[in-house]
Ligand binder design. Structure first.
Ligand code: AHZ
Length: 289
């Protein structure tokens, strides 16, 4: 049967992917005896597609109901995921990232220079990680990252007190989200969660998404708009200001500068990590209340 083919499929799929490899092909032996005639186990092309589709859509199906959704896998969103996952391994934490690669602005420390500056005392956070940041986050088994996926709307409904509450996110493939002006009716998907952390960065093609949607949805009168660069004022303002900005919605990182009208800090990232950790603390407070 097709499923048996998948389960017997290639040794390149590790057991960690939930796919049992029953093939008799021994890859380690082949590597040890490598003499310029390296052999791969036989494979059918369709097996590759089925192995990917099965794994990805099982995850989508399972995460359609999550405990916490984090919008944006930049330094603030990822720090939040790390702190939450470490303290609450039972939570289903789902990160939605519009880009193909996680990291947001952290890949560019400033200008086009890759070294990243982290101001004390946020270095303690790096010491705690011990290994490269994104590997540590992704190694948390309760965190799932859905890349190339954009949050294009929020689910907002009345809570039992009649207040408007953010109760989930509306997602689409980023390439679809970018093409709503060229094609009609490409319907999205949804994920519901009691806590949404939004960390989409300052305004840009995608950035400040939830802050802007709060205005158009009537949850916020107007944007505060990010102020000019001031390294000393900006980082504590973002960390200390990280909070539940609307019922069910915690805002972290530079998105908050657009919401509150606080300064930018330029290429120093400790404030983003502090903000992510504070967002995680807030998320646990809401989940416990
Ligand atoms: O792709 C975006 C990026 O990876 C992602 N994102 C934005 N809108 C999205 C949407 N759905 C899904 N609608 C979305 N993903 O969010 C991520 C934001 O990362 P970032 O690094 O831009 O934000 P941050 O707040 O984590 O870090 C800000 C870093 C900056 S900017 C700055 C300055 O300009 O002075 N200084 C610092 C430290």
């Amino acid at each position: 049967s097709p499923s048996t083919q998948i389960e017997q499929a290639p040794f390149m799929l590790s057991k960690g992917n939930g796919i049992t490899t029953t093939t008799k092909f021994d890859s380690s032996e082949a590597l040890e005896n490598y003499e310029g005639n390296y052999r791969f186990a036989p494979i059918e092309e369709a097996q590759v597609s089925r192995a990917m589709i099965k794994r990805y859509f099982n995850t989508m199906y399972e995460r359609a109901i999550s405990d916490v959704v984090i919008i944006g896998a930049g330094s603030a969103g990822l720090s939040c995921a790390y702190h939450l996952a470490k303290n609450r391994p039972e939570l289903k934490i789902t990160i939605i990232e519009a880009n193909v690669a996680p990291g947001g602005g952290a890949w560019l420390g400033g200008q086009l220079m890759t070294p990243m500056v982290v101001r004390k005392p946020a270095d303690k956070f790096l010491t705690e990680l011990g290994i490269p940041f994104e590997d540590e986050v992704l190694s948390m088994p309760n965190v799932v990252l859905m890349n190339a996926t954009a949050v294009e709307d929020l689910i907002i409904r009345d809570d039992f007190q009649g207040r408007q509450r953010v109760a989930g996110v509306v997602t689409n493939w980023t390439l679809v989200a970018l093409n709503h002006d060229t094609q009609s009716c490409m319907d999205p998907n949804v994920i519901t969660a009691p806590v949404i952390v939004t960390a989409t960065g300052h305004d840009g093609p995608m950035g400040a998404f939830s802050a802007k949607r709060m205005v158009s949805a009537g949850l916020l009168k107007e944007l505060g708009n990010m102020r000019g660069l001031d390294m000393n004022r900006s980082e504590p303002a973002i960390v200390n200001g990280t909070r539940e900005v609307a019922p069910g919605l915690i805002m972290a990182g530079m998105e908050l500068s657009e919401h509150d009208g606080s300064n930018r800090m330029g290429p120093t990232f400790g404030g983003m990590m502090g903000s992510g950790v504070k967002a995680a603390v807030e998320a646990m407070r809401i989940l416990d209340s």
